[in-house]
Design a protein around this ligand. Structure first.
Ligand SMILES: Nc1ncnc2c1ncn2[C@@H]1O[C@H](COP(=O)(O)OS(=O)(=O)O)[C@@H](OP(=O)(O)O)[C@H]1O
Length: 249
């Protein structure tokens, strides 16, 4: 499921739930409630087998915004749990642009891509960096196939300001014991983001790589405001649909 950016790379991880395999009731619950994604519906690749006491997580940012994906995932496994990390769509669009710019330095200016006509504030919703942030529209596709309770929306902003709180929500959603807490994070002043104190299998702290948390180009406040106005109705609809106010005004 999507993170903040436009990357389409898929990542798979098998997690141990830490629940004893000889607890039959728990095992049954795991199998019925924690569905296992065993096939990538887009690429038809086999995923690792999920054993008892494990969950398989799969991350593909482009799924959320690809209209044919919900039906395919549902056909593969109707009980799959879906986690979506969402961030202010204006900052998301700039982050997306920054990511592309790092690979294509001759890219036109942000405002030339984000607007059909920036002197009158006509936004180009066909540009992927803008389109991806229309969360309410994408969510409509998912809700045709999955009940709301199978979707969790994680705040990208709170993932930075209070990672333990957002991860508590994720652990609860997955029916896992709350193991990750405040004590697992520290704020790295140089990076400007929270990092892990001691990742699994290592005694050294770990921050996300250089491609996460890049400095964004300065964008004229007028364009930012025009984009805010453009997203406002979509954001409000998204808050209504999810029952969560993400505070992006
Ligand atoms: N702990 C921590 N460290 C570094 N970065 C963090 C962290 N938590 C969230 N973020 C935000 O993650 C943003 C990058 O995510 P991506 O857009 O690459 O996600 S995705 O893999 O494409 O889904 C990245 O966006 P940019 O700041 O625009 O680079 C970060 O703001």
């Amino acid at each position: 499921m999507p993170g903040f950016g436009c990357g389409a790379k898929r990542k798979t991880k098998v997690l141990h739930t830490g629940i004893h395999a000889n607890h039959r009731a728990t095992e049954r619950r795991l199998h019925s409630t924690h569905n296992v994604v065993s096939l990538d519906p887009l690429r038809r690749n086999l995923m690792p087998r999920t054993l008892e006491g494990q969950l398989t997580m799969e991350k593909t940012p482009s799924y959320f915004v690809t209209p044919e994906v919900p039906a395919r995932i549902h056909a593969m496994s109707a009980h799959t749990k879906l986690i979506v990390v969402v961030r202010d769509p204006v900052t998301r669009a700039i982050s997306d642009y920054t990511q592309t710019l790092s690979k294509a330095p001759r890219l036109p200016a942000f405002e030339d891509l984000a607007f059909r006509n920036h002197s009158i504030g006509l936004v180009d919703s066909g540009w992927s960096a803008v389109r991806i942030g229309l969360y309410a529209k994408h969510l409509e596709h998912w809700l045709r196939h999955f009940p709301q309770q199978q979707l969790l929306f994680v705040s990208g902003e709170r993932l930075v300001t209070d990672p333990a709180r957002e991860l508590a929500r994720v652990q609860d959603f997955l029916g896992l014991k709350r193991i990750i807490s405040d004590k697992h994070f520290y704020f790295n002043q140089t990076k400007g983001f929270p990092c892990l104190k001691k990742p699994e299998g290592s005694s050294l702290p770990h921050c996300l790589g250089k491609s996460k948390g890049r400095r964004h180009p300065a964008i004229n406040a007028r364009y930012i405001q025009q984009l805010r106005e453009f997203y406002k109705p979509f954001n409000l609809k998204f808050y209504q649909m999810t029952g969560q106010d993400f505070g992006w005004e």
